[in-house]
Design a binder for this molecule. Structure first.
Ligand SMILES: [Zn+2]
Length: 71
């Protein structure tokens, strides 16, 4: 019985580890711009990332933040 629980926990750990590494691949590649918005999690268009190196926000959130700063 305990063996089954141990096995299930072990499998869950493996799933979590796989999810984390997938997030690392998709998201923060150190030093590079993110593929997804820091604020809302929407994908950032490739063009935007190329024209703005290090960009972390999607156009909508960037626009929203600019307006906030101007006030
Ligand atoms: Zn956003």
């Amino acid at each position: 019985m305990t063996d089954i629980i141990d096995l299930a926990q072990h499998q869950q750990e493996q799933i979590l580890a796989a999810q984390l590494s997938a997030q690392l691949r998709n998201g923060w590649q150190a030093g590079h711009s993110r593929t997804h918005c820091e604020e809302c999690g929407d994908p950032i268009p490739e063009r935007r990332r190329q024209s703005l190196p290090g960009v972390t926000l999607c156009p909508v959130c960037a626009d929203w933040q600019e307006r906030k700063i101007r006030r």
